[in-house]
Design a binder for this molecule. Structure first.
Ligand code: ZN
Ligand code: ZN
Length: 376
């Protein structure tokens, strides 16, 4: 019997949530923390499988894994008791509306909290709740773990990417990219097709930018009709089991002009250089440089106005950043985008983006749509 509104499909982490908490414990001990208060809901989901809208998790470092797990507690409010029992049968659940402060009652020792996810008022409440311990900033610990995906996560991302690929292929096969259609119609079409292909929905607001709009990297679709000769940039992705795919293709409506072919070939070359540079041990800023140098050498460096890419997973933009100022180093299991673009104000632009997983043998693209300027 199904309880209405309660997701019954298990999270994609067979035994994996406990393993993730163990990995976090090692990081906590290394940081000299007795526990970590996790308040970001994505991090709570990652570590426990719980997907409700009000929750916090206290991960105890323990002297060993067993003792740590024994003292690890999920808190949520009364609306979610059934859901928590279904999704986190392996954790004790504290039912309390003010989840985070409640988890600090009777706690002692050095307790880390993620200062990037706690407001000033929220911090005051934590200080008041922790009578006999020390609250200390500990940002980014869970995000660092999240950057390296396990097999189940890569599988979810692969399915999310496949849904986006299927949507674009269906759109093209059904003649959905012709003059007269509007940007909004194309965006809706892509989103419906992603759902038909098994996605929970789009992973972010679909970008469809035609003609001069293609020069705006994050253009919102309008009722502007596509015209023959327009560059058309579509940046979209699908959501599967909470995992986000991200892909951009730029095509031309009708027959391309010479300058459009040249621009597309240049960005395609930069994207290929970026993809080839992905390898464990490489600084992400060097990946950015590999792609950026191609565009700069052609004289369009000033028109490539954003970073090369980003990590992607339970959120659309996550660690590691892939940009000229990034400080991350790649590792096997990271999933990142490579998305160089050149934007010519008033004329249009080209961006080509893929989601890839870094492996010991180089990067494997998870998005697999053809990158042709003229779709077939
Ligand atoms: Zn994108
Ligand atoms: Zn992206």
């Amino acid at each position: 019997m199904l309880t209405p509104g309660v997701p019954t499909r298990p999270e994609r982490a067979p035994g994996g949530h406990a393993r993730r908490r163990d990995a976090l414990r090692a990081a906590l001990r290394e940081a000299g923390l007795d526990a970590l208060l996790v308040t970001d809901l994505v991090n709570v989901r990652y570590l426990s499988g719980f997907t409700g809208s009000n929750a916090a998790l206290l991960v105890d470092a323990g002297d060993d894994a067993d003792r740590g797990e024994e003292h690890t507690v999920l808190a949520t409010d009364g609306r979610y008791t059934t859901q928590a029992a279904a999704q986190t049968p392996d954790l004790p659940v504290l039912v309390e509306r003010a989840c985070a402060p409640a988890l600090l009652n009777d706690r002692r020792g050095r307790i880390g909290f993620d200062s990037a996810h706690v407001t000033v008022d929220g911090h005051d409440a934590l200080v008041a709740a922790l009578e006999d311990g020390e609250l200390t900033r500990a940002p980014g610990l869970v995000e660092t773990l999240r950057a390296i995906k396990d097999a189940g996560e890569v599988d979810a991302l692969r399915q999310a990417c496949a849904a986006a690929d299927a949507a674009l292929a269906g759109l093209i096969a059904h003649g959905g990219l012709h003059a007269g259609r509007t940007e909004r119609e194309v965006a809706r079409d892509l989103e419906e097709r992603m759902r038909e292909a098994g996605a929970e929905g789009p992973s972010f607001d679909t970008i469809v930018a035609a003609g001069a709009h293609a020069a705006i990297p994050h253009h919102e679709p309008t009722d502007a009709p596509l015209a023959d000769g327009d560059l058309l940039t579509m940046d979209f992705g699908a959501l599967v089991d909470g995992y986000h795919s991200d892909m951009t293709r730029t095509v031309v409506v009708g027959t391309p002009a010479g300058w459009q072919r040249d621009l597309h070939a240049l960005v395609a070359e930069a994207a290929a250089a970026g993809r080839s540079a992905l390898a464990p041990g490489t600084a992400t800023r060097d990946v950015d440089a590999a792609a950026r140098d191609v565009i700069t050498a052609a004289g369009f460096g000033e028109q490539f106005v954003h970073g090369l890419g980003h990590g992607v997973g339970l959120v659309i933009h996550e660690a590691p950043a892939v940009s000229a100022t990034a400080t991350a180093t790649l590792d096997a299991g990271m999933t990142v985008t490579v998305e160089p673009g050149v934007y010519l104000a008033g004329r249009g632009g080209v961006r080509i983006e893929d989601t890839l997983v870094v492996t010991d043998d180089g990067a494997v693209p998870l998005t697999q749509s053809p990158r042709d300027l003229v779709p077939e």
